[in-house]
Design a protein around this ligand. Structure first.
Ligand code: ARG
Length: 458
């Protein structure tokens, strides 16, 4: 059944119907569509545009539809074009004449803009909650690993010693910014398009402030054409999701490396690993690889919508229906990735001994050896050269800086004394890094305190 049959003399072609319809995917907006309609009809009655009896009948009808959908008693039948037509047709079937008054002063253009905003607002909150859960797990890793030494890398070459707490803390910051982005876009999104009509507002005396308030918006949108033509909020959401996916993907890349036979820094739990059908020894990090891989489709959604929107003249055009499938897919994907990733991290074993050994064997303390000489009065550039020679010597012998005898040290530079061993121990290297943001446990403890407060903030 069509909402717009009056002007037409011919039936719609079946292929056209199938090409044009969106019910197969916008059905997931049913709750928000019904919520919006209830607010709209409350406002219509308050303004004397529909009677109180009609309002009550419409609300009861809409609530009945909601309940039936949720209990699986009402099927989304294919003849309807979209969720808006589906709900309205069902309403009229249930309550008769009054149902036909619901769409007074409204268009599907402001209706779909409203539904999508309500949906995105909920999703932004839900995703923010999932990010927070992950941050809580990371905070736990930070608290427990203030003295778990590991190499920090640049160019994937061992650079300077850090701790697992510090490494996890880097991701905490990324995810904290992600939550900030979600909160920020939610604020900008939170103006109600209802009342914009098809594009030019309406001649009925609608109270847009009232509907906005009923739906917990900060107020109505300011321009009716923009209200129905705007999908910025969705692009912003997809962009924030893309950044989340990028962060997860980087972390996954590290976990895949760390879980490899070469690194052995971590062991992913059996429950989050998979086997090979041919190689019996295999335990593969499929979940981390999939999360890394799925980043592509999240970016794809953002690119897709940006491209769809770029040539659309004001105001509503049907192209905009293409926002839904990609956005829904990206939202579902990121939610799944966050949930699985958090589970994987919280069950993963960190091999602290392997991490520390790796930090020790990779000359990660070479900068500290140079700093030692600087503290004894050697100019830094000379110190750099001396330690460079020591490293070359160690590589040749297959030993670490810590394994050299004092005689060997002195043979290269007489300034070295017995205290060199303490100066280049992993513990000292890390502990001496006390500036804010550095891995030294004292500095980290303060940062952890601040992280805890930021998490408790909202
Ligand atoms: N299904 C449509 C969409 O998702 C709803 C709006 C339809 N409006 C219209 N004028 N045909 O964009």
């Amino acid at each position: 059944m069509k909402l717009w049959g009056g002007r037409f003399t011919k039936e719609e072609d079946q292929a056209v119907h199938e090409f044009n319809e969106s019910l197969s995917f916008d059905r997931r907006l049913y709750r928000h569509d019904i919520m919006g309609s209830i607010a709209h009809v409350k406002m219509l009655a308050k303004q004397g545009i529909v009677s109180e009896e009609d309002r009550d009948a419409i609300i009861a009808g809409l609530e009945g539809i909601l309940k039936d959908i949720e209990e699986g008693k009402l099927e989304f039948t294919k003849e309807h074009e979209d969720i808006h037509s589906f709900v309205e047709a069902n309403l009229t079937e249930r309550i008769g004449e009054a149902g036909k008054r619901l769409h007074t002063g409204r268009s599907r253009n402001d209706q779909v803009a409203l539904d999508m905003k309500l949906y995105c607002r909920d999703q932004a909150d839900e995703i923010s909650g999932l990010v927070k859960e992950l941050e809580q797990v990371l905070l736990g890793v930070m608290e427990e690993n203030l003295e778990t030494y590991m190499p920090g890398f640049t160019h994937l070459q061992k650079a300077q010693p850090v701790t697992l707490a510090h490494h996890a803390g880097a991701y905490f910051e990324m995810f904290e910014r992600d939550r900030g982005r979600l909160a920020d876009l939610r604020k900008r999104m939170n103006r109600c398009p209802l009342g914009a009509g098809a594009l030019a507002g309406t001649t009925y005396p609608l109270d847009r402030e009232y509907t906005a308030e009923l739906l917990e918006f900060d107020g109505p949108t300011y321009n009716s054409m923009d209200s129905v033509a705007d999908r910025d909020y969705l692009i912003e959401l997809l962009s924030a999701l893309s950044v989340i996916a990028m962060h997860l993907s980087r972390f996954c890349e590290e976990i895949i490396l760390w879980n490899s036979n070469e690194y052995r820094f971590v062991e992913i739990d059996d429950a989050y690993s998979t086997g090979s059908s041919i190689m019996p020894q295999k335990k593969n990090p499929d979940i981390a690889e999939l999360v890394r891989g799925k980043t592509g489709r999240v970016y794809g959604a953002l690119m897709s919508l940006l491209t769809t929107m770029k040539g659309i003249p004001l105001a509503y055009n049907k192209d905009m229906q293409e926002d839904k499938e990609v956005a829904f897919d990206a939202i579902d994907t990121v939610k799944n990735c966050l949930t699985l990733f958090t589970g994987m991290i919280s069950t993963m074993t960190f091999r602290k001994d392997v991490m520390a050994a790796s930090a020790k064997n990779g000359f990660a303390n070479a900068t500290d050896a140079a700093d030692y000489l600087v503290n004894k009065g050697v100019p830094f550039r000379d110190a750099h050269g001396i330690v460079g020679q020591l490293v070359l010597y160690c590589i040749d012998k297959g030993i670490a800086l810590d394994d050299m005898s004092l005689e060997e040290y002195k043979a290269v530079c007489p300034v070295f004394e017995e205290d060199i061993y303490d100066a280049i121990s992993l513990k000292t290297c890390v502990e001496k890094r006390t500036v804010v943001g550095a891995p030294g446990p004292e500095a980290m403890k303060k940062v952890i305190e601040a992280c805890r407060e930021r998490l408790a903030g909202e």
